[in-house]
Design a protein around this ligand. Structure first.
Ligand SMILES: C[S@@+](CC[C@H](N)C(=O)[O-])C[C@H]1O[C@@H](n2cnc3c(N)ncnc32)[C@H](O)[C@@H]1O
Length: 233
């Protein structure tokens, strides 16, 4: 399992490495892995993709008045992006397979005045999740965990949920990522992702490739593709 690195992770990484060493005797469950991830990343800033999407909508005067603005945050984790959307005035549906993710997000949102009122949550698997009609779909570092045979269907449901002018903000793994080829993971080439965005105007796009520790301190070769795209019609 892989997750991205972040530069300010030194303390958290040391803690996580110590935890991992202690737990080495028994294989760690996915849920336990993700629970550690949420604890480490909870207070990290929102990713640049969601921040960029928020800025692009704000430049159009949204969300406001007749456009309250509804965002869906897929694979929300501890909710760093969901909380950024809430702070910017969006209604947010945050979903994740892990009930711990939803618990962490809901309790963090409850500590900030007004955020919890615009937050709804869903615990479930992407495979069964009908993305509701919304103005923006955010998917940070979660779509790589969709198996290849489910990936195109998931992508179609995201695209179908957006109106013309809606935005899709995502961080995905490219085909040079260390996770490429792992069972259950989908890591496509940047050109393949561009192809999937045929009905969109790409407003922001970056590709980075580097060796770094993950947020939980594991060495990893990252190939990250990050984009914000606006649906054309
Ligand atoms: C690397 S974390 C990213 C969390 C959050 N988006 C962030 O950037 O901090 C990936 C998240 O995707 C969720 N996830 C993975 N596969 C999933 C699936 N099939 N259905 C729903 N959520 C899934 C995991 O539970 C985890 O919370």
């Amino acid at each position: 399992m892989s997750d991205p690195t972040e530069t300010a992770a030194a303390d958290a990484t040391a803690d996580a490495t110590a935890d991992a060493t202690t737990a080495a005797a028994e294989p760690e469950t996915d849920s336990a892995y993700w629970a550690r991830y949420y604890a480490v990343t909870l207070e990290r800033p929102a990713w640049q993709t969601v921040r960029k999407a928020i800025e692009l909508f704000a430049a159009e005067g949204r969300p406001a008045g007749s456009h309250p603005g509804f965002a869906v945050d897929l694979g929300c984790g501890g909710g760093r992006d969901a909380r950024a959307l809430l702070r910017a005035g969006w209604q947010v549906l945050a979903m994740d397979r892990e009930s711990e993710a939803i618990r962490v997000l809901e309790s963090a949102a409850a500590t900030e005045r007004g955020l919890g009122e615009r937050l709804s949550t869903a615990t479930g698997d992407f495979a069964d999740f009908e993305v509701p009609a919304c103005d923006v779909v955010n998917a940070s570092l979660c779509l790589p965990f969709v198996p290849r045979d489910q990936f195109d269907g998931m992508w179609r449901r995201i695209v179908a949920a957006l109106p013309a002018g809606g935005r899709f903000a995502a961080m995905v793994f490219g085909d040079h990522d260390a996770s490429a080829g792992e069972e259950g993971m989908t890591c496509l080439s940047p050109d393949e992702f561009r192809g999937l965005l045929g009905g969109f105007e790409i407003e922001f796009w970056t590709e980075t490739e580097e060796d770094k520790p993950t947020a939980l301190g594991e060495p990893h070769h990252f190939h990250l593709v990050e984009f914000v795209a606006r649906k054309l019609a």
